[in-house]
Design a protein around this ligand. Structure first.
Ligand SMILES: *[C@@H]1O[C@H](CO)[C@@H](O)[C@H](O)[C@H]1NC(C)=O
Ligand SMILES: *[C@@H]1O[C@H](CO)[C@@H](O)[C@H](O)[C@H]1NC(C)=O
Ligand SMILES: *[C@@H]1O[C@H](CO)[C@@H](O)[C@H](O)[C@H]1NC(C)=O
Length: 359
């Protein structure tokens, strides 16, 4: 049915009546939607891909992204080029909105986390950060916010074809700190964790099943100082997770990914999990490989690891082939192409071919 998917509007209707009996994936069309959960007085930004990866009986992967203090789901989405990756993998994405200090903007709609001077397009195009004061959205009460995550996952299971066993969480700064909290308090709900620029484990951390973890930090992070804690966080998680590395006596292996990013991996873990940390040399409190949408970043060497790309790639290890284009090209397609000259051109998926979707 891929040919029909060239018409994104139609693809959904077709999915509902899919002759293969695949479940309907979501009532929401491709794109971004603010979804409200009145029962917990909270809301999130749902990111629906242009088309879903073929839906296995168990469902499709879901990635949650938690924004930093004073920013918003819109900002994180642009900061991480998140929806492009959702489109490329055919997964579902959810970016929850944090709360201001009084906790009363939980249902305030798309502009909830932007200042009154930056509403509408200014907010959704992430042109300005909110001041980091009591009006700023954040994750101030992790226990309360974990209940929100539980409500989100319940919604996702009831209202989409998200696979509860393939849920991942990433976050930046305070959102990254909350992801560490979730690793310790919601490991029964979330399989893989990717905190960026916020890497401290809460005291008394315990995990209830094997998880995967990829932590990232810049070596000059003068805001979160995650460079001081990343190693201890990753090594203690690797112990809790009963992981070892591929080095002598099970030591973790450190490898240079590029001239500016090195990673350390404990990748011999139960159930194909991994624990890894990556450090980008010289990077400040920013997302490795990305520019901020409000033009407040320094341009860095192109060698910095693209952390969004990397955590999607790492999480792909845990999804049993639930990715768009898994198994392509088929042997038959290869034979056909090389039997012709000139090679036949391919015109499927123009939104990917013309570069409007990343890598
Ligand atoms: C939080 O947001 C609500 C709704 O906009 C507002 O009434 C309240 O004053 C805000 N609280 C703070 C501390 O900004
Ligand atoms: C992995 O996917 C294959 C085919 O898509 C399916 O038959 C198999 O049951 C899946 N395995 C698990 C562990 O989900
Ligand atoms: C790329 O393709 C998409 C979907 O067909 C279309 O909406 C978009 O305008 C195209 N962009 C360019 C730069 O051609």
């Amino acid at each position: 049915m891929w040919r029909l998917l060239l018409l994104p509007g139609l693809s959904f209707a077709l999915q509902v009546h899919d002759a293969s009996g695949a479940p309907e994936c979501s009532r929401h069309p491709p794109g971004k939607h603010v979804v409200k959960l009145p029962e917990v007085q909270r809301q999130f930004l749902l990111v629906v891909p242009q088309e879903y990866t073929p839906v296995q009986a168990s469902g499709i992967p879901l990635v949650l992204v938690f924004h930093g203090f004073g920013d918003s789901p819109w900002y994180s989405n642009l900061l991480m080029d998140f929806n492009q990756h959702i489109d490329r993998y055919g997964w579902l994405g959810i970016l929850p909105f944090g709360l201001n200090e009084t906790g009363t903007n939980g249902l305030s709609g798309e502009g909830a986390c932007c200042s009154s001077e930056c509403q509408g397009e200014c907010c959704t195009k992430a042109q300005a950060l909110n001041k980091k004061d009591s009006t700023a959205c954040g994750w101030r009460d992790p226990e309360r916010d974990t209940k929100f995550v539980e409500a989100i996952l319940k919604w996702a299971v009831q209202n989409s074809c998200a696979d509860p066993d393939k849920v991942f969480a990433a976050g930046f700064s305070m959102g990254g700190m909350f992801v560490n909290y979730l690793a310790c308090h919601a490991s029964h709900l979330i399989r893989g964790f990717a905190p960026v620029s916020g890497n401290v484990l809460p005291i008394g951390c315990q995990i209830s099943r094997p998880i995967s973890y990829i932590g990232m930090c810049g070596s000059q992070d003068t805001i979160a100082h995650c460079q001081d804690t990343l190693e201890i966080t990753a090594s203690s998680l690797s112990k809790m997770n009963r992981c070892s590395g591929a080095g002598p006596d099970g030591a973790a292996i450190t490898f240079a990914r590029s001239a500016t990013t090195s990673c350390k991996a404990w990748d011999v873990c139960p159930k194909h999990n991994f624990v890894e940390l990556c450090m980008t040399e010289g990077l400040a409190h920013d997302v490795s490989g990305h520019l901020r949408p409000d033009d407040t970043s320094w341009i860095r060497p192109g060698s910095d690891l693209d952390i969004t790309e990397y955590f999607f790639q790492k999480f792909s290890l845990l999804v049993n082939g639930s990715m768009l284009f898994w198994g392509k090209p088929t042997a038959k397609e290869i034979d056909y192409k090389y039997s012709r000259w000139p090679y036949p051109k391919q015109y499927d998926h123009p939104y990917i071919r013309n570069g409007s979707v990343g890598h």
